[in-house]
Design a protein. Structure first.
Length: 106
């Protein structure tokens, strides 16, 4: 096994989505020209389970999305005048591995 420590912090963060035990990819960008920012990228978990050290998917654990609420500006037209309103939008920014929720019957 080779553990790489070369390069800057930028190099290490570039592939977090692929090195994670709960890897993700980015969907096609969400584009809304009446919103600032107009383009928002959202993550999608690649597996239902988590990846073990050998690269196999372990379904005894769950890969779940990490969601973050962000502030956006929404443009509405009032006659010929654009009006911007502050709004919140929930965005999936990555995925993480968690133990499953187990319900016991009593």
């Amino acid at each position: 096994m080779k553990i790489s420590s070369e390069g800057s912090a930028q190099l290490m963060t570039n592939n977090i989505k692929g090195r994670s035990i709960s890897p993700w990819e980015y969907n096609s960008p969400d584009v809304d020209h009446n919103r600032v920012p107009a383009v928002i990228n959202e993550a999608r978990c690649l597996h239902h389970g988590c990846v073990d050290p050998e690269g196999n998917v372990d379904l005894s654990m769950n890969s779940v999305p990490i969601r973050q609420e962000i502030l956006v500006l929404r443009r509405e037209m009032r006659g010929c005048v654009p009006v911007y309103k502050l709004d919140k939008q929930l965005v999936t920014v990555g995925c993480t591995c968690v133990r499953p929720i187990i319900h016991y019957l009593t």
